[in-house]
Design a protein around this ligand. Structure first.
Ligand SMILES: Nc1ncnc2c1ncn2[C@@H]1O[C@H](COP(=O)(O)OP(=O)(O)OP(=O)(O)O)[C@@H](O)[C@H]1O
Ligand SMILES: [Mg+2]
Length: 248
């Protein structure tokens, strides 16, 4: 709240990202089961730049219950950038005799280029170039990498995708078959190897109902919008967090 105030923003309420994503889904989906029917269990997976959050929620029309949440607060797109940066630091060290890590400016440029390359590799599996002009000591550098090589370098990071998913099912006492859909959001969930791991874990195709970049913001905006509407029409809407119900 203090940070928002310092930035000159009028913060109405702090909202948990996981809840915001689930809310955006619940409000958007028109075909949820009726309140008396069996709830629909949906898993949300959000892999951002610096954090990995997952949740499983049970939905009925007008009702959302967060059954469990699990995260790896240190896993995100930045780790994939880091692997690329280390790889090219080593390559440029050998090829051009450059100590990239000794020059912060060059290192920042390399991080920027590696993030771009990472994104390109999500859409393209062929060999891709990385060229930086006047990188250090007036030297232009160039290299190539493809998705297959990138995935091999990221094996250790990729093994961190499954544990939170396993924890979710254990906490919620659900089997994989009890999961109706797996919704992915967050920019780094676009990495094909990440998608593959999540899909393989649940044994189902992933869903992208929500906009990967806007789901959290939309959930928050909808919460404010509906809260205002609900005040007007005094309709009953129920949000349950960890089993506790907040009814408006
Ligand atoms: N097409 C893509 N392929 C691979 N990674 C991508 C792609 N598009 C975005 N990313 C990565 O997604 C990350 C940003 O995702 P997002 O905007 O969800 O993060 P964030 O919400 O700001 O971070 P966090 O949730 O961790 O606080 C960055 O690491 C970015 O490089
Ligand atoms: Mg995020």
């Amino acid at each position: 709240m203090d940070a928002a105030q310092i930035a000159g923003l009028n913060c109405l309420r702090l909202m948990n990202e996981t809840t915001a994503v689930a809310l955006a889904y619940g409000i958007y989906k028109q075909d949820l089961p009726a309140p008396e029917e069996k709830a629909r269990n949906v898993v949300f997976v959000d892999l951002g730049h610096s954090g990995y959050q997952t949740s499983v929620c049970a939905f009925n029309k007008g009702k959302l219950k967060v059954l469990a949440t699990a995260c790896d607060q240190l896993l995100g797109g930045k780790d994939f950038d880091g692997v690329l940066v280390n790889h090219f630091c080593e390559e440029f060290g050998k090829k051009y005799k450059l100590d990239v890590k000794s020059k912060p400016r060059a290192l920042v440029r390399l991080y920027q280029e590696c993030e771009k390359l990472k994104k390109l590799m999500s859409a393209n599996s062929s060999d891709l170039p990385l060229n930086i002009e006047c990188f250090m000591n007036d030297i232009d550098v160039s290299a190539h990498l493809n998705r297959g090589q990138f995935e091999e370098m990221c094996v250790d990071i990729l093994t961190r995708v499954e544990p939170p998913l396993q924890s979710l099912l254990e906490q919620a006492k659900l089997k994989k078959e009890d999961v109706y859909a797996v919704e992915i959001v967050g920019g780094a969930s676009r990495i094909p190897a990440v998608k593959e791991r999540i899909s393989k874990f649940f044994g189902k195709e992933l869903s992208t109902t929500l906009n990967a970049d806007e789901a959290v913001a939309r959930g928050c905006a909808l919460q404010v919008h509906y809260a205002k509407l609900l005040q007007l029409v005094s309709t009953c809407f129920c949000i349950c967090l960890s089993g506790e119900c907040i009814t408006r």
